[in-house]
Write a protein that binds this ligand. Structure first.
Ligand code: SAM
Ligand code: SF4
Ligand code: SF4
Length: 340
């Protein structure tokens, strides 16, 4: 194993998020608004998307620099053909201790058996609300909650329980449904994690007043189902944990806006077309696909990634103000390109 890399703020490289497609079957307004991503939208042509060979090769190099966790994301990762084959190869890499997938859950019933068999360790399902009208609005395609709940049941049956259920909370959109969501999964073992709505990308018209602070979310749940804070599972865990006082499980909150955690941010992101981003809010990524396809050696690629990480200074969320976040001229990568 090679030397672990640390950045200019002393942060090690530990996690890699791999976006395997820029396509999605949902049109969540905060990520891929239907009016932008319509019938005629041009997604990446096949030739521009990293092949499984390329993803596996890059992941091995990242593992050499310290990565221990890999998360497959997108777009909607279950739309990538033969995903199982990629998972099988990633799971076999020595040093990948945790291999996870984030999905909107819709295609899980047909895919999940194969994912399990291929060696995937864990699944996170995104589900912003159980309220039918709110959910229809939030998936942008009129899909029903039952279809995602069926995906969750399929994941349980395939042996993936407990799951993490991620919900992005927006004031005036779904914040009135957070307690219901918590109640639904209370006692099931699954952990709902409420995420503050972030100013990712340039297309969702984010405003600070749409963010519901994590403390407020916890308070609303606490009033109905009392909770107490719990210590993190490991140093640098981004979700803050709270356990129900009745002993029936826990919830988490990810306070990316009100209590940023850049000091503990150990994630690199690989976009569908092979660029490395060292921050969710980065304006540009560094292309690895070009060098990969023009015959760069492992040593050369490793030197490039090391240089990227060692030069990293990102701490966008700690520096964010309402002004910087709403500045239209500041161009950021879009969430569907790097997957969160
Ligand atoms: N399609 C998959 C899904 O929805 O789970 C994986 C990709 S999606 C981009 C990953 C996560 O990013 C989802 O949980 C989604 O809710 C979250 N997300 C997208 N835009 C966001 C934003 N502006 N603020 C916070 N989370 C966001
Ligand atoms: Fe698709 Fe996930 Fe983005 Fe929603 S959040 S549009 S499900 S990629
Ligand atoms: Fe990491 Fe950038 Fe988010 Fe800070 S703002 S936690 S550096 S991704």
């Amino acid at each position: 194993m090679m030397n672990a890399a640390t950045d200019t703020l002393g942060r090690p490289l530990r996690d890699l998020r791999i976006s395997v497609t820029d396509r999605c079957n949902f049109r969540c307004p905060y990520c891929m608004p239907a009016e932008v991503f319509g019938e005629n939208y041009t997604f990446l042509p096949r030739a521009e998307i990293l092949t499984f060979e390329e993803i596996v090769r890059l992941t091995r190099l990242f593992v050499g620099l310290g990565v221990r966790k890999a998360r497959i994301t997108g777009g909607e990762p279950l739309l990538r053909r033969e995903l199982q084959a990629l998972i099988r190869r990633l799971a076999a890499i020595d040093g990948v201790e945790d291999l996870t997938l984030t999905t909107n859950g819709y295609l899980l019933p047909r895919a999940v058996g194969g994912l399990r068999e291929a060696g995937l360790h864990r699944i996170t399902v995104s589900l912003d609300s159980l309220d039918e009208d709110v959910f229809k609005l939030l998936n942008g395609r009129g899909y029903q909650v039952a279809q995602v709940l069926e995906g969750i049941r399929a994941a349980e049956a395939a042996g993936f329980a407990p799951l993490k259920i991620n919900a992005v909370v927006q004031r005036g959109v779904n914040d009135h449904t957070v307690v219901d969501l918590a109640r639904h999964f209370h006692g099931t073992g699954h952990i709902v994690r409420f995420i503050e709505y972030m100013d990712v990308g340039n297309r969702n018209g984010w405003r600070l007043d749409q963010v519901v602070p994590a403390a407020e979310i916890v308070q609303r749940i606490h009033e109905e189902m009392p909770v107490a804070a719990v210590a993190p599972n490991y140093p640098g865990e981004v979700a803050r944990r709270f356990r129900y006082l009745d002993g029936s499980g826990e919830i988490g909150v990810i306070a990316s806006v009100t209590q940023p955690f850049c000091g503990d941010c150990t994630r690199a992101r690989l976009s569908t077309d092979g660029k490395v981003y060292t921050c969710l809010f980065a304006g540009t990524g560094v292309d690895l696909r070009g060098p990969l396809r023009s015959g760069a050696s492992d040593g050369e690629l490793l030197a490039t990634v090391t240089e990227i990480w060692e030069g990293r200074e990102d701490r966008y969320s700690e520096l964010r103000t309402a002004e910087t976040a709403e500045m239209p001229s500041f161009s950021k990568v879009e969430m569907y390109q790097i997957g969160g």
